[in-house]
Design a protein around this ligand. Structure first.
Ligand SMILES: *Cc1c(COP(=O)(O)O)cnc(C)c1O
Length: 412
């Protein structure tokens, strides 16, 4: 579901014509639909109703404070992967007791900050990390609540860069090693095992890999409980896919339904999930302007003012993003490459994409750009990063100013 729809051949975000946003604040800019973002959170809450659960929004996916405040206002939690994300989450008012901290490379100072903030738990990804965390907690006279991120060696059948639960991946520890580490942790006074965690990948379009992983983790919990290690949180990570093109991902209800089935008969367990893409992905577009049309012997190019520094997913993963004219027309479709100004042949947002006729000065909306869009953007080619705009009903506000040239050289 998303609230980017055509009315009289004009593309709207909720009740605001995208053209009016482009005219008011310029392009490129990210435009988020707050109602869509909220609805996606709501759908997940409904899907888990009746099961003790905590939704921890994955901050890295779209990290603007205005979005995190929506999460905080609903009393939901956050999944963070850095000290910077902890800072953002706390600033936005997310309760520390609802924050889980994932990632293979937490530094000593990041651990200290999270300990001082009293987060819910550290998702520990190696023996060496566990050792350092124990030491830092002991030095501070604190106890670190931990869960181990287990790598269940399940194939999520997704892009290799976002498959994280195969045994070749850098993430987590093998199930066999986890048992030893839990036993070590339970004998370490500065550590308190409270959960078990996994995150097998992103953009999953079937429930099967989730089911498989959950069942491996369930067995582990039973074994841990037998060894008197009382695990109360089962963190199943994020990963639920969205529709970019013709994918048919499970609905939140189907996803939660399948997992509830696997976990039935597990009392005293709170299920944590870390959804990101499914919340933010279809909640935003990247709004751009056509600069030039360029015809070569081989190709037709539509050159726009958005580029790989604004949205890297097509270049990085070969991802598909639907592209729509902000003022649609029913002229004949012909294939074009939609490219940006950046000096790389990898700078494209679409290749051989059938589009109706489009002219310089027109606006294009790159759809499904809310997840891993702005948050992965950069200043490459000394391009100021795009503005971000949040729409609610018939009004919009700038939630991040377009960067200035001064911003570009800050700190140099
Ligand atoms: C990136 C990430 C997520 C979010 O994944 P989505 O596919 O966007 O839902 C959740 N948990 C961890 C540990 C992650 O690294």
């Amino acid at each position: 579901m998303d609230l980017f729809e055509y009315k009289n051949n004009e593309l709207y975000c909720e009740d605001v014509p995208l053209a009016s946003i482009a005219q008011a604040i310029g392009t490129p800019c990210y435009v988020y639909s707050s109602t869509t973002f909220k609805q996606h959170l709501e759908d997940l809450e409904q899907a888990w109703e009746g099961t003790p659960h905590l939704t921890c929004y994955s901050v890295k996916v779209a990290s603007n404070l205005a979005l995190l405040k929506i999460v905080a206002a609903r009393n939901l939690g956050a999944d963070i992967v850095s000290g910077g994300e902890l800072f953002r989450a706390l600033k936005a008012g997310i309760e520390p007791s609802k924050i889980v901290y994932s990632g293979v490379g937490k530094t000593a100072s990041e651990m200290a900050e999270a300990l001082e903030a009293s987060i819910l738990m550290f998702n520990v990804e190696s023996a060496a990390e566990l050792e350092l965390l124990a030491k830092i907690a002991a030095d501070k006279n604190l106890t670190a609540p931990i869960s181990l991120r287990v790598n269940p060696d399940v194939d999520p059948k997704t892009h290799p860069y976002v498959a994280t639960g195969l045994k070749e991946s850098k993430f987590g520890v093998p199930a066999a090693e986890a048992l030893e580490l839990y036993s070590l942790a339970s004998q370490t006074p500065s550590l308190r095992p409270v959960g078990l965690d996994c995150h097998i990948g992103s953009q999953l379009v079937s429930v099967e890999p989730f089911r498989e992983a959950a069942s491996i983790l369930k067995d582990l919990i039973l074994r841990l409980r037998q060894s008197s290690i009382p695990i109360t949180f089962l963190d199943l990570g994020g990963g639920l896919g969205i529709n970019y093109f013709q994918e048919k991902p499970p609905t939140p209800a189907q996803y939660a339904g399948a997992l509830k089935e696997v976990l039935s008969g597990m009392p005293d367990l709170t299920v944590i999930t870390e959804p990101g893409r499914v919340v933010a992905g279809n909640s935003a577009v990247l709004l751009t302007k056509v600069l030039y049309l360029k015809q070569t012997q081989a190709k037709s190019f539509v050159i726009i003012d958005g580029a790989l520094n604004d949205l890297i997913r097509p270049s990085l993963y070969g991802s598909y993003h639907a592209i729509g004219l902000v003022k649609s027309n029913d002229g004949p479709l012909s294939p074009v490459d939609v490219v940006g100004p950046v000096c790389e042949s990898g700078d494209f947002l679409a290749k051989d994409r059938p589009l109706p006729p489009v002219a310089a000065g027109e606006f294009l909306a790159v759809r499904s750009a809310g997840a891993y869009g702005f948050s992965m953007s950069s200043n490459y080619n000394s391009r100021p990063r795009a503005a971000e705009v949040l729409v609610s009903g018939n009004s919009f506000e700038v939630i991040r100013n377009r960067e200035s040239y001064q911003d570009l050289i800050r700190g140099e």
